[in-house]
Design a protein around this ligand. Structure first.
Ligand SMILES: Cc1ncc(COP(=O)(O)O)c(C=O)c1O
Length: 467
C-alpha cells in the first residue's frame, strides 16, 4: 500500500476529520447570530493567508480543516442570518443542510440509475411533487441543475429543438447552419441569464424581438407582435428587482393558440403557485411549455438546486441527447437525459428532504412568511421616510432616498456596517437599494434593526454629501 493510501485509509476509518468538520459546522450555526452580515475589513485581510503556493508534499488534513473553518468561516457572507437581503440568496433550511451532509458522505453520482438508485428514486419523487405544487401538466419532467440560469438553458434548448422540428429541421442532427429562422420574443426586463443562455444557443441580442414593459417591469401585452409556430416567448414569474409577474392569463392562451413555445423564468416567483394566497400571480402559468425555478431561492434548499420543468419530454431529452456505448440505461430514471451535464451531485436528496419536511402547508407558509416580511419592510421604510418604488407583490422591495447620490451613499454605509446587507440596481433611471426577503430566518426584529441602520446610514450619507 502506498504512503498516500495508508494516510487516506487511516483518515477514512477514524472519522476524526469528519467529527472536526461537523463540530466546526455546528459552531458556525450556533454563533451565527454574532456574525456580521458581511465580513469586516479586518477579517477580509486574513484571506491573504490562503495565498501560499501549491504544496510540494502531502499535508496535514486536520490543520487544513482548522484553517478552512476558522479563517474561511470568518469570511463568509452570512446568508444563514436574518439580515441578508442581497440578490435573491435564500438561507438554507436546517433539514436541507442536514440531508446534504448525508448526501455528501454518500458521494453519489446522479447521472444514471445504475450509478445511484437512491438518487434516481428521490429525483423521481420530487419530480412528481413539484408537478403537483406548480400544477403543471401530467407528463411534465424535471431535471436538476446548478441554478435557474442552466435550467433556462435547458428549457430554451428544448424550445429550439421543438420549434425547429415543426419547421422540419432536426437541430440535434443538422445544427444551426442553414436552419430556418426562429423568432425570440421577450420583455426588456427579462433577466440577464436568459439573454446569456439564448446567446449560447445561437440567438444574438439583435435577433430578439424586445417588448416594452410597464413601470413595474411587466411585459406590455398590447405590444406583442403577431406570434406563430416559429416563436419562442420568454415570460417572467418574479422580476429580480420589483418582483412583478407577467400577465400569464392574457399572454399564454394567445401564444399557445399561435403555436409559440413559452418558457417561464420563475427563479424565485414560481413558488407563488404553491400558496393559495399568491397563486393568482401565476394564474395560467401551467399553460407554458417549460419553466425554470430554483430550490435555493424561495424554498430555501442549500445552493446548487436549479430545476427545469418541461411539459414536452421528447423535446427536452432530444435537445440534451448524448450517446456512448458505455452508457448503461435502465427502465428506471436515468436523470442525465434531463440535464446538460452527465456526472452530477445527487442534489435531489436535499430537495426531497426539504419538500418532505415542509409538506404543502409548510411550503405555503414559507412563501407567505417571506412576502409578509417584505410588506413589513416596505411599510417600515416608508414610515422612516424612504420611497418605495414598486408595488410589493412578492418578496422584493425597491427603495430610494431623496436623490441618487444620497441613495448610493446610504447603500455604501449599509453595506459597510455589517448589521445587514442589501444590493444596488437602477430602476427607470433611478438608483435603488434592492431588498429581497428570501430567508426563513428573517424576523420582524431583524427588520426593525435593519430599518434603524438604514436611517442611521441615510443620516450619515446626507451629512457626507451636504458637507
Ligand atoms: C428572475 C431570475 N432569473 C434567473 C436568475 C438566476 O438564477 P441562478 O442564480 O440560480 O442561476 C435569478 C437570480 O436571482 C432571477 O431572479
Amino acid at each position: 500500500m502506498s504512503a498516500l493510501q495508508k494516510t487516506l485509509f487511516s483518515q477514512h476509518k477514524s472519522a476524526h476529520l469528519l467529527d472536526r468538520a461537523t463540530s466546526h459546522a455546528r459552531h458556525y450555526l450556533l454563533t451565527a447570530d454574532s456574525l456580521p452580515a458581511f465580513p469586516s475589513n479586518e477579517s477580509l485581510n486574513k484571506l491573504d493567508c490562503f495565498n501560499d503556493s501549491l504544496p510540494e508534499e502531502i499535508g496535514d488534513a486536520q490543520q487544513i480543516i482548522e484553517l478552512l473553518a476558522k479563517t474561511g468561516g470568518e469570511n463568509t457572507v452570512h446568508y444563514s442570518g436574518g439580515r441578508y437581503y442581497g440578490f435573491v440568496n435564500g438561507g438554507a433550511l436546517p433539514i436541507g443542510t442536514a440531508a446534504r451532509i448525508i448526501a455528501d458522505v454518500w458521494d453519489q453520482n446522479a447521472a444514471l440509475y445504475v450509478m445511484s438508485p437512491i438518487a434516481a428514486k428521490l429525483e423521481d419523487v420530487v419530480q412528481a411533487w413539484l408537478c403537483q405544487l406548480f400544477n403543471v401538466p401530467t407528463g411534465t419532467v424535471a431535471g436538476l441543475v446548478g441554478g435557474t440560469s442552466v435550467a433556462s438553458l435547458c428549457g430554451l434548448a428544448a424550445a429550439r429543438y421543438r420549434q425547429l422540428s415543426k419547421l422540419n429541421w432536426n437541430v440535434s442532427e443538422k445544427g444551426l447552419f442553414g436552419a430556418p429562422n426562429l423568432r425570440v420574443v421577450m420583455g426588456k426586463q427579462t433577466h440577464g441569464t436568459v439573454i446569456k443562455m439564448l446567446s449560447l444557443l445561437g440567438f444574438g441580442q439583435q435577433h430578439i424581438e424586445w417588448i416594452d414593459c410597464d413601470e413595474q417591469g411587466r411585459l406590455l401585452v398590447g405590444e406583442l407582435p403577431k406570434l406563430d409556430h416559429s416563436c419562442i416567448v420568454v415570460l417572467q414569474a418574479g422580476n429580480v428587482c420589483s418582483g412583478a409577474f407577467d400577465d400569464f392569463r392574457q399572454i399564454l392562451p394567445l401564444a399557445k393558440k399561435a403555436g409559440a413555445w413559452v418558457h417561464v423564468d420563475g427563479a424565485f416567483g414560481l413558488w407563488a403557485a404553491a400558496s393559495k394566497a399568491f397563486s393568482h400571480l401565476t394564474d395560467s402559468v401551467e399553460l407554458a411549455d417549460s419553466w425554470s425555478v430554483d430550490g435555493h431561492k424561495t424554498l430555501n434548499t442549500p445552493y446548487d438546486c436549479g430545476i427545469i420543468l418541461c411539459a414536452d419530454q421528447q423535446a427536452l431529452t432530444h435537445a440534451l441527447h448524448q450517446q456512448g456505448s458505455y452508457i448503461q440505461s435502465s427502465d428506471a430514471r436515468d436523470s442525465m437525459i434531463y440535464t446538460p451535464d452527465m456526472s452530477r451531485r445527487a442534489k435531489g436528496i436535499e430537495l426531497w428532504a426539504c419538500l418532505k419536511f415542509l409538506g404543502k402547508k409548510g411550503i405555503s407558509d414559507l412563501v407567505e412568511l417571506l412576502h409578509q416580511h417584505a410588506c413589513y419592510f416596505a411599510a417600515s421604510a416608508t414610515k422612516s421616510g424612504f420611497e418605495v418604488l414598486n408595488d410589493v407583490v412578492f418578496n422584493q422591495v425597491m427603495l430610494s432616498c431623496e436623490n441618487d447620490e444620497i441613495t448610493q451613499e446610504t447603500l455604501k454605509q449599509i453595506q459597510g456596517s455589517g448589521v445587514c446587507w442589501c444590493g444596488e440596481a437602477s430602476w427607470n433611471g433611478r438608483a435603488i437599494i434592492r431588498i429581497s426577503i428570501c430567508s426563513w430566518a428573517t424576523t420582524q426584529e431583524d427588520i426593525d434593526i435593519s430599518i434603524s441602520e438604514f436611517v442611521r446610514a441615510r443620516d450619515d450619507a446626507t451629512y457626507v454629501i451636504n458637507q
